[in-house]
Design a protein around this ligand. Structure first.
Ligand code: GLC
Length: 419
């Protein structure tokens, strides 16, 4: 153990609420979907049983349709907006009504493969397997109604990259008028210059109110949303999770789940190729309403490498990252783009969770030097700037919330990868 891992464990324990972990005190007082799955990977280093519980708690709030919501509001807390009364999803324990990147399948496989307590791991993974499979089935049924092989997000928050430049053009179609008056909370915990703008917030809320008016019937929302974007990062995570779940299912003798998820992964990986841009050396988002590729070089198009993309694509992505030439890797947007903003959330800053998934995917595709460079840069950043929510890729300045859970979890993973 070294000081860095001791610190990381201390943060994970501090933000632990017993059966789930909050992303950070104050700013995010509930359970977030992909935060929890990635947090479990950190928890496994010091408490394997607790790591399984993290994912079990999340999956216990899955909707009957199969969706796993992006936030579970376990206990009232008015430090966050929009809270349960705005979402009004009618769930027994309140949740939001949209989802988040489906990293659970990957997390299950990693927890299972590396578990020391094999017996417990098998019991716990067996119970979780059908739930994650139902989530994947829900994705393709409701978010890929035409059977293209890729799913669309219907709200920027679903991507996990809330205010990315990727969404700007499609988001313009979302009205700002008619939203009920509200007070933001995030800007009371963090510098407003480093957060999404007021206009973006109006649109986020317009979509929430629109989906609420449709009674959160998830099968209707895709077609009813003016915002429908196919994000290569989001799909890359889902397709990787499908492949991992298929492997797990095969191992556990669940043949149907294995075949179904193998098929999702195969079809999706083929469809992903339609988002590749040779000119930019990365994948791009596709606006499903207009049918056009979005000219925005964000981390989403690099994160696709988390899935089993062709090896030559992974090599090109490694090169694209090198070309960013920021002091710390990987900027969440191409630094030479005039829209790049080094300190504003997902419009430029470095996020450790994304670094982790990009590094993992590149290593699997044989891009070991590129993966090692990301690992080393991530740990340098933490040593210099501590455990923040996100960081300026040029200066390393820590931004957003502090003592951040998933950052700490990723540090434990990076340290183990470095060894
Ligand atoms: C922000 C991030 C999102 C994350 C959440 C909790 O909304 O954009 O990805 O899940 O915070 O950390």
């Amino acid at each position: 153990m070294n000081a860095l891992s001791d610190n990381a464990i201390e943060i994970l324990r501090e933000n632990d609420r017993g059966t789930y972990t909050v992303p950070t005190k104050g700013l995010y007082p509930f359970q977030w979907n992909w935060d929890s799955c990635l947090t479990a990977l950190g928890q496994r280093h010091f408490d394997e049983a607790r790591a399984w519980t993290e994912i079990e708690t999340l999956m216990a709030h899955q909707w009957p349709c199969g969706m796993v919501p992006h936030i579970v509001f376990h206990k009232p807390d008015d430090g966050y907006f929009p809270g349960p009364d705005v979402w009004a999803t009618g769930r027994p324990v309140p949740t939001s009504g949209i989802t988040q990147p489906a990293v659970a399948g990957f997390a299950l496989r990693r927890l299972f493969d590396l578990a020391k307590d094999r017996g417990a791991a098998e019991t716990r993974v067996r119970a979780l397997l059908p739930k994650v499979a139902a989530w994947h089935r829900w994705f393709f049924a409701t978010r890929d109604p035409a059977g293209e092989g890729l799913v669309a997000i219907i709200h920027p928050w679903e991507s996990g990259r809330d205010n990315s430049i990727d969404w700007d053009a499609a988001f313009d179609r979302v009205p700002t008028e008619g939203v009920s008056p509200y007070t933001r909370r995030d800007t009371q915990h963090a510098n407003p210059a480093h957060r999404p703008t007021k206009e973006q917030y109006d649109r986020y809320l317009w979509l929430v109110e629109h989906f609420r008016s449709l009674n959160w019937e998830t099968s209707r929302l895709h077609d009813a949303s003016p915002f429908r974007v196919v994000d290569p990062g989001f799909n890359g995570i889902l397709l990787r999770a499908c492949a991992d779940l298929a492997d797990l299912a095969e191992h556990l003798g669940a043949a149907e789940i294995a075949a179904e998820n193998r098929n999702f992964a195969k079809k999706g990986l083929a469809a992903l190729e339609s988002l590749w841009s040779e000119q930019h050396g990365q994948y791009l988002c596709k606006d499903r309403v207009t049918g056009t590729l979005v000219q925005s070089q964000s981390i989403g198009g690099l994160l696709a490498a988390f899935a089993a993309i062709p090896r030559e694509r992974a090599a090109r992505i490694a090169q694209t990252i090198d070309n960013h030439a920021t002091r710390f890797r990987v900027a969440s947007h191409l630094p030479s783009d005039p829209r790049f903003d080094a300190k504003r959330y997902w419009r430029g800053p470095v996020w450790l969770v994304v670094n982790y998934m990009v590094a993992d995917g590149l290593a699997r595709a044989g891009q070991v030097d590129a993966a090692n460079a990301i690992t080393a840069s991530s740990l340098d950043l933490i040593r210099e700037s501590g455990f923040a929510e996100y960081y300026d890729p040029q200066t390393g300045e820590p931004l957003g919330g502090g003592r951040f859970t998933w950052t700490a979890a990723m540090v434990l993973e990076f340290l183990s990868m470095e060894r």
